[in-house]
Structure formats: C-alpha cells, structure tokens
Write a protein of this length. Structure first.
Length: 151
C-alpha cells in the first residue's frame, strides 16, 4: 500500500470528470485530438494515426509546416474512409524533414477526457482509469464534476 498519501489523492478522483495528457487519444464523437511541436520549420510533414495494434490507419500531410506548437484533430476515418470504432485508443507519429531531408525533432501529446472509474498502484506509480485507458495520475491536467444527465 502506498503510504505517501498519493493513493488517497487518486481515490479522490473517483467519479470525477478528468482530462489527461498522454501519448494516446481516444476516439470520441468521431474526433481525437493531439498537440505536437516541431523544433523548427519543415519542408515536409507527415502525420500518421496508429491504432492499438501498431497499424497506420490514416496518413495526413498538414499544410502548416512552421516550427512551434500545432494541434491535429482526426475525424476518426481511415485512409479508405471507414469510420473507426468509438472508444478506440490511437497514437500519432509525426515525421518532419527539412529541405536536405534531415529529420526535425517533434514531440506529440494526446488528450483523454472521461470519468475516473478505477484507481490502481502499479510499481509505485498511481494510475487512474478513464474508461479502459489507464494513465499516471501526474498526467491529469483538469478535474471537474461530471455533467449530470437530465432526469
């Protein structure tokens, strides 16, 4: 049992609506969103959406190739136009190159929103479960009371 009080903080999130930053994003309402950063401007950028099996299901070439922070919103469709299952976890791979073909450093983060349904401690790391997705408690960047359904 974690005696540092950290597990107590995690338990206090049970039933709360949270937002967490992670490498994954969950497809919800035909949308998944990531932020990414390019260390400098590029002449070519490719974003690949990758499913939980490691398969690239969508490739996009964004118009904005400037350095800095960017947002990528995926419509949930594969390259052939097939809508992917709601609730699926996806990651992105951003590849950026300059005019000489040299790779440019990129980083990306996804966001997951939902209600915390479970809390675990794995190897000393407190984890919160948002649906079927577990994330470290340190990844939680927002907490609110869940929206109550109309009676």
């Amino acid at each position: 049992m974690n005696t540092s009080g950290g597990i107590s903080s995690a338990v206090n999130l049970m039933g709360k609506q949270v937002t967490a930053e992670t490498d994954k994003s969950v497809l919800k309402d035909n949308k998944a969103t990531w932020s990414y950063n390019q260390s400098r401007s590029a002449t070519g950028v490719k974003i690949e959406v990758i499913d939980k099996f490691g398969k690239t299901i969508r490739t996009q070439l964004p118009d904005d190739m400037s350095g800095g922070d960017h947002t990528f919103e995926w419509d949930g469709k594969s390259d052939d136009g097939t809508l992917q299952p709601a609730g699926g976890e996806y990651t992105i791979k951003v590849t950026a190159t300059d005019a000489e073909g040299a790779k440019i450093t990129t980083t990306s983060k996804g966001r997951i929103d939902g209600v915390v349904t479970k809390v675990t401690n794995e190897g000393g790391q407190n984890m919160v479960w948002i649906g079927d997705t577990k994330v470290p408690i340190d990844s939680v960047i927002g907490v609110t009371d869940p929206v109550k359904a109309a009676a």
